[in-house]
Unconditional design. Structure first.
Length: 632
């Protein structure tokens, strides 16, 4: 005779909250019930270690019936007595698994259940749930039935084997809310859910699936039959001993797990035991995803707890500058929240994230040192991420990443680390010189390179937009400051030459002032250059924001009002300077025109847009006509 009982301390309102608020996705119900079944088998297996009569060939079996609209999950685990049914299923948030584990005196057994609410996820998809169970400690089976209201019934039942069978009678579809429960009544959906959430449950999850054989005779009808199939892999690759895993197995796992057509560039497999216990399996892809640098790209590592899938992309496990890394972390010590869909923000998670970051960094350092060719390939694809990592957070990670960044130089088409650059510095060189541009050829053609080339100094080539922003955060490396050839004073000439320029500046100050006046609002100053050797003129910026940084900022959607301080430098040793002197003396009214032309030429050399292209063109034509008249 069935006995009707009320849920001990919770009302229908609380049960509704459990069903409708705790879980984000309805499909989670299958993960929860399979995890409970796995726990039940774990308990029986543990008991069987000292009582062989309690052992069995453990398995979890799934069935579905479209006509009856039922899904059935059966396990041959420890089962439940009548008292356990009342205590564990009659009291919401009472965890029999947790209670069992707490009584084991720290025995090494991984029980998944913690909160005692996973079972109730069944009511998200079910209008009625039936549990038929028989404990290994009892000869009597019992049936527990509830519609998810404030009560349930318990009655004696018949069951041949020990274990538990859960029968879910699915809800009707709801067109108004577009809730479709029929989707769970298919082989395809159930197989996918097992693969997604429970692939690494340690016991076989089986189901009868439909198979079709196609006879060689094309005129013959296909033969359809049912066959029991194990749906899960059971043993996670990452939990196996690394020494027993072949490279092809890592590659196949990566391609399948992360939908890539190429094998990974690098595999990083780590098992950590101690105060922080976890396993991580990380991969560096051979190519970057097409959207890696877009706002839509989602970084993150897959998260498992005791082999059960918890989250697809946990962002807190990987820093932005390693966002290209794919992989997973599995830990039995994570503090999951009640729905097991998200994590509590605890110290353990932060510690794992820190360890993962260090492991990736160490692996890259090892690659840089021992497998330079592979690291070069890696850097071509992902080097920009490391540069962003240095720039972000006001340089909080620059010490971690500065030894990993590399640049091509004016002397080498191969990448060089900053340390390698310093090792190759010329005697007496005090700074790490760099120049910005789109290509090596365009940088070598810069007028500012004259004196640098003359002194045979090597210059780092900055060809990425982030480079100058990054170096402004770095500021120095191994006590060597960074110096732009396009900015500030290079201090490359000797004292004698310096005095000569200073003296000439005083003598020609009126000319320089006239040129500056002609470019009022466009340049901060006009000076005689100490860096030009062969070129007549160049445009440089003062300290702070550079012209290259200005270009990058101007490409942003909001276009911040930020301008570099512009200084026009004129080579006092070039014949152009003598021409300017002559014009200033004989036709001072034309000096503004020549100043404008010089300034626009300098803009073109720097790759900056002309302020007024029409004015520049008209001035060129005007001066050419005037020169032709003078020649005639």
């Amino acid at each position: 005779m069935a006995k009707t009982k009320q849920f001990k301390t919770e009302s229908k309102k609380l049960l509704d909250l459990m069903v409708h608020s705790i879980y984000t996705h309805k499909e989670i119900f299958l993960r929860e019930l399979i995890s409970n079944a796995s726990d039940a088998i774990d308990k029986r297996h543990y008991i069987a270690l000292t009582d062989a009569d309690k052992a069995d060939e453990y398995e979890i079996f799934l069935e579905f019936d479209k006509d009856k609209r039922t899904i059935t999950i059966t396990d041959n685990g420890v089962g439940l007595t009548e008292e356990e049914l009342i205590n564990n299923l009659g009291t919401i948030a009472k965890s029999g698994s947790k209670e069992f584990q707490e009584g084991l005196d720290n025995a090494d057994i991984e029980i998944i259940g913690q909160f005692g609410v996973g079972f109730y996820s069944a009511f998200m998809v079910s209008k009625k749930v039936t549990v038929i169970t028989k404990s290994i400690n009892s000869d009597q089976a019992y049936k527990w039935v509830s519609t998810g209201s404030a009560s349930y019934t318990i009655s004696e039942s018949e069951k041949d084997d020990f274990g538990t069978t859960i029968i879910l009678e699915l809800r009707d579809n709801n067109d108004e809310t577009e809730e479709n429960y029929d989707e769970f009544l298919s082989e395809y959906k159930l197989k996918n859910l097992v693969k997604k959430y429970s692939d690494y449950i340690r016991y076989p999850i089986k189901m009868d699936v439909t198979k079709t054989d196609y006879p060689e005779d094309k005129d013959a009808d296909p033969i359809t039959y049912s066959e029991t199939e194990t749906l899960n892999s059971m043993i996670p690759l990452w939990r196996r001993n690394k020494s027993n895993i072949k490279e092809e197995e890592y590659n196949d796992f990566y391609k399948h797990q992360f939908n890539d057509y190429e094998e990974p560039m690098r595999v990083i497999h780590t098992k950590v035991e101690g105060l922080t216990t976890y396993t991580s399996l990380l991969f560096i892809p051979k190519h970057a995803p097409f959207d890696l640098y877009s706002e839509k790209y989602e970084k993150g590592l897959q998260l498992y707890s005791k082999g059960v899938f918890i989250m697809d992309k946990n962002k807190s496990l990987i820093p932005d500058y390693f966002r290209f890394v794919k992989g997973l972390v599995d830990s039995s010590d994570l503090s999951l929240n009640i729905s097991r869909e998200m994590l509590q923000h605890d110290r353990l998670l932060k510690k794992i994230a820190s360890n993962v970051e260090t492991k990736i960094k160490n692996e890259l350092e090892k690659m840089l040192k021992n497998e330079r060719e592979q690291y070069n390939e890696f850097y071509k694809i992902y080097g920009i991420n490391l540069k962003y990592g240095i720039y972000e957070g006001f340089g909080m990670n620059k010490e971690k990443l500065q030894d990993l960044i590399m640049f091509k130089t004016t002397k080498s088409d191969e990448f060089k680390t900053l340390q390698e650059y310093i090792d190759d510095m010329r005697e007496g060189q005090e700074h790490i010189y760099y120049a910005s541009g789109k290509t090596k050829d365009s940088i070598l053609a810069l007028p500012q390179m004259d004196l640098i080339i003359d002194k045979d100094y090597e210059v780092l080539l900055f060809t990425d937009d982030i480079d100058e922003f990054m170096v402004n955060i770095l500021m120095k490396y191994n006590d060597k400051t960074f110096k732009s050839i396009n900015q500030g004073d290079l201090d490359l000439i000797d004292k004698k030459a310096q005095k000569k320029v200073d003296k000439l500046t005083k003598e020609k100050q009126s000319l320089l002032d006239a040129l500056k006046e002609g470019l009022e609002g466009k340049v901060e100053n006009v000076v005689l250059s100490k860096r030009l050797k062969d070129s007549p003129v160049c445009l440089v910026s003062g300290e702070g924001l550079s012209m290259e940084m200005e270009k990058v900022l101007q490409q942003l959607p909001n276009k911040p009002d930020a301008k570099a301080q512009r200084i026009l430098e004129i080579n006092p040793n070039h014949e152009l300077f003598q021409t300017l002197e002559s014009i200033h003396e004989t036709a001072p009214e034309n000096i503004n025109k020549y100043a404008t032309i010089l300034y626009n030429q300098a803009l073109l050399i720097e790759g900056l847009p002309l302020d007024n292209p029409v004015e520049f063109s008209n001035l060129m034509v005007e001066l050419m006509i005037e020169r032709n008249k003078n020649v005639s």
